[in-house]
Design a protein around this ligand. Structure first.
Ligand code: FES
Ligand code: FES
Length: 238
């Protein structure tokens, strides 16, 4: 009967080695093991010297492009960099803004709130877990607490202040008011920004689909039923 064992990972047997060694002529054995003589220093290629050579070659190979690629910075940016900050341009709610001496570690959330006085975007967990900080970047919702502002050069940022104002509310804002989709209101701007973004996302038509799409937005007041009703209304009208 044929043997169907998978032999791909079987270690080579000593018998196999023995067979190949046995097939070598005695002269071939002596050739492989012949020691280097002191008169052949250049032939003393040990494992250590071989690896050292590779390491030096690798360092040189890596160093050359680095030296060539040394960046030439815009004098304005260079000045900011010397003081530890960077200069970036954003479009926020349709307006171009230039941020100078921006800490490269500043989150988009802190930058919006503290540098641009757009305090409608809330800080809840500051760890990407509650959705209170949701804004749109180039039309897509993101947690602004998880994103560095310096990464958004040239991006279009939209906050709750950019989608509607008192007297001229976005339909989603009006629906939240109509359905009492909030209690304390702390999560509400994030909820509305998520809800506006999902109008353009390929989600199903049911309330369950809304709940799943809004799962990243936590409401500690538990206003979920009314939030879903508001979103459903706007989706139906759209
Ligand atoms: S503050 Fe950004 S997700 Fe909670
Ligand atoms: S309305 Fe209070 S946390 Fe949502």
């Amino acid at each position: 009967m044929a043997d169907h064992r998978d032999l791909r990972h079987q270690p080579e047997t000593s018998q196999a080695h023995g067979t190949s060694c046995a097939s070598l002529a005695p002269e071939q054995h002596s050739l492989e093991l012949e020691p280097l003589t002191p008169e052949q220093p250049e032939a003393r290629l040990t494992r250590r010297t071989f690896l050292s050579g590779i390491g030096a070659t690798g360092l040189l190979a890596g160093a050359a492009p680095l030296a060539v690629a040394a960046p030439v910075l815009d004098p304005e940016v260079q000045e900011a960099t010397d003081s530890g900050g960077v200069t970036i341009k954003l479009r926020v709610n349709g307006r171009e803004v230039t941020l100078r001496d921006l800490d490269p570690r500043a989150t988009l959330l802190d930058t919006l709130r503290e540098r641009l006085d757009l305090a409608g975007t809330k800080k809840g967990c500051d760890h990407g877990q509650c959705g209170a900080c949701t804004v749109h970047v180039n039309g897509r919702r993101v947690n602004s607490c998880l994103s560095f502002a310096a990464m958004h050069e040239g991006d279009e940022i939209t906050t709750i202040e950019g989608i509607g104002q008192p007297g001229n509310l976005h339909p989603m804002q009006a629906a939240f008011v109509h359905h009492d989709g909030y209690q304390c209101g702390y999560c509400t701007s994030g909820q509305i920004m998520s809800a506006v973004a999902l109008l353009k996302e390929p989600i199903g038509p049911s309330d369950e689909d809304i709940r799943n799409a809004m799962a990243g937005n936590i409401c500690r007041c538990g206003a979920y039923t009314n939030i879903v009703a508001a979103v459903r209304q706007v989706r139906t009208q759209a």
